[in-house]
Design a binder for this molecule. Structure first.
Ligand SMILES: [Fe+2]
Ligand SMILES: [Fe+2]
Ligand SMILES: [Fe+2]
Length: 406
């Protein structure tokens, strides 16, 4: 199975952008502006592709909708460094993305405050992302408004005034030249943005990922999702551990086991769009909150559909709230429409959630977990053959707090 790195980055950026909830294009706009400024400076294609990816992923250290609001709502938020460090650490875990890590690390540091020993090329790329990121914070409220093009001058003046302070003077010059054009701003509107990015991705990095590389990227995705709330800490990792354990017990071949693990790591990606206060509510959700929660597995599916070659994994991941009798969501699949990998992930998801403390209840002891799973099976919701493979050792696997390397 071969998957393109460009597809993975696109999907990852789509997941990261969901943290903006209703404004779900921030990373993509930053990427387009960075590439436009880079083109203005005559950067070669490979450098532009690197900035495209850095722009799309620059906020991968943000999982919380509250943190996201600070970052787009304030011009220079005092708490901004934490997500730079977290983004750097996440990107460094994936060999194919590691070159972006230092750019993300310094993307909220003022030009005048860049550390003396830092590679000047990294400092410039990081500062370019900072500059266009701040442009987006200034102008995002106006995208799509009829007088949008008239608003750009205030943003340009704000950036120009910061030359030599927050921003590198040559980068400000490049931005001022590029942003004189109406096209610079119009590309940022939803309809044109998709086309621009599609074209850019086609001519960008075409590296292929094998299964181990895919796994390291899925692991990074999972950590972003799990970082959303202390209550879901390690959830995706735990579901992946347990799903792999059950897949092996079921005697599935190595390749299928590995793909089940990847699907389990990715199953809750769509939760990035659920507001923090819904995820952490210490009481039953009201109807509107439940509806926003029930989008998440469909959202997972939509994100994964960006990745060509991953259709089967996308469906397994997105089916984790489906039930054998067709009463689940989002597709109401039933019986034979739910293949064994999907049934395994569904059981692993419930099981891991039951052993974990949630805002509305404590973690459950083994006997209670087994009783609850059997109750669900008796109602025709879960697969009895999967439950038959589950024992005390499996629950320990779900509780463990590390994923075996490799
Ligand atoms: Fe940002
Ligand atoms: Fe879920
Ligand atoms: Fe889950």
């Amino acid at each position: 199975m071969k998957v393109l790195l460009a597809d993975m980055v696109f999907a990852l950026s789509d997941a990261v952008d969901l943290v903006g909830v209703d404004d779900d294009l921030h990373g993509k706009r930053v990427a387009v502006m960075a590439v436009e400024c880079a083109a203005e400076m005559g950067y070669p294609a490979e450098h532009r592709a690197r900035l495209l990816h850095a722009g799309m992923l620059h906020d991968c250290g943000v999982s919380s909708t509250r943190v996201h609001e600070h970052l787009v709502g304030e011009f220079d938020w005092s708490g901004s460094q934490a997500h730079c460090l977290r983004g750097e650490a996440l990107l460094a875990t994936v060999p194919q993305l590691a070159e972006l890590a230092p750019i993300v690390r310094w993307h909220h540091t003022h030009w005048a405050a860049m550390p003396a020993g830092l590679d000047p090329a990294v400092a410039r790329d990081a500062n370019l992302i900072f500059l266009v990121d701040r442009v987006d914070a200034l102008t995002a409220p106006f995208y799509g408004e009829p007088d949008y093009l008239l608003r750009k001058e205030a943003g340009r003046a704000r950036i120009a005034a910061d030359a030599g302070g927050r921003f590198c003077p040559e980068l400000v010059d490049a931005f001022m030249a590029a942003s004189r054009r109406e096209s610079f701003w119009l590309y940022l509107e939803r309809r044109y943005l998709w086309r621009y990015l599609h074209r850019a991705a086609e001519s960008g990095l075409q590296a292929e990922l094998d299964l181990p590389a895919l796994r390291s990227l899925a692991l990074m995705f999972a950590q972003i999702v799990d970082a959303k709330s202390p209550f879901t800490r390690e959830h995706s990792l735990g579901v992946a551990r347990l799903a792999l354990h059950l897949a092996r017990r079921a005697g599935l071949d190595d390749d299928t086991c590995a793909r089940i693990e990847v699907a389990a790591l990715l199953h809750d990606l769509g939760k990035l769009r659920v507001p923090d206060d819904v995820l952490e509510k210490p009481a039953p959700l009201d109807d509107a909150q439940r509806a926003s929660m029930m989008r998440h597995s469909f959202e997972t599916y939509q994100i994964l559909l960006w990745i060509r070659g991953l259709d089967e994994i996308a469906l397994w991941a997105a089916s984790h709230h489906e039930k054998l009798d067709g009463s689940g969501y989002p597709f109401h699949l039933s019986g034979s429409q739910l293949p064994l990998p999907a049934r395994i992930i569904a059981v692993a998801d419930i099981c891991q959630a039951l052993v974990q403390t949630r805002p509305y209840r404590a973690s459950m002891p083994d006997a209670a977990v087994m009783a609850e799973l059997q109750r669900l099976q008796a109602r025709g919701l879960l697969d009895g053959s999967v439950l038959a493979m589950l024992d005390a050792e499996s629950l320990d696997v779900a509780r463990g707090d590390a994923l075996s390397p490799g």
